[in-house]
Write a protein that binds this ligand. Sequence first.
Ligand code: GLN
Length: 206
Amino acid sequence: MAGRPSVSRNTGPVVGVLALQGDFREHLAVLSSLGADARPVRRPAELSEIGGLVIPGGESTVMDKLSRAFGLAEPLKDAIRSGLPVYGTCAGLIMIADTVLDAISGQQSLGGLDISVRRNAFGSQLDSFETDLDIPVLGAPPVHAVFIRAPIVEAAGPDVRVLSSLPDGRVVAVEQGSLLGTSFHPEMTGDTRFHEYFLDRVRAAQ
Ligand code: GLN
């Protein structure tokens, strides 16, 4: 995309990880291991240096408050609107959803993905669990997915592609245009295929 920095010398694409809260260090480590020039993003000016952005898991209510307090929310919305590839995991998926169900009072999202997500959708009895998921775009074997107080995609618009669902049909991975989102945490399992898939999208956007 014009004006967007492409590839830093001798490395892969420059990819930011929103580093306000949550498990951003794990994403930085995975992206670096795949050859990306991975950088924490905390300031609006840093957005102009990246060709893609990961929004990590953590707590969407806190990430929302901090992104607004640090003046990042509006620049992030602008970047998403202008086509910056963004991958949101768990709380990050909530951040890029147009509609958040079971939000706390006043909670906002950045939006971009034409979906409704429900926070903490598995209830207190099943706060966290792990399961193997078939993800056709990633091929075999199935992805071992870790869910931690995870959201579910309850509704998706016509332009949203469902990448994976649980056996009961609940949607847990989606993409739309330059946006990718998973309810679960690939940065925790050592399976790098989701990050590779995202890096391919970042390269394709350059
Ligand atoms: N429940 C958290 C939220 O609403 C998300 C949990 C996670 O990112 N692991 O933001």
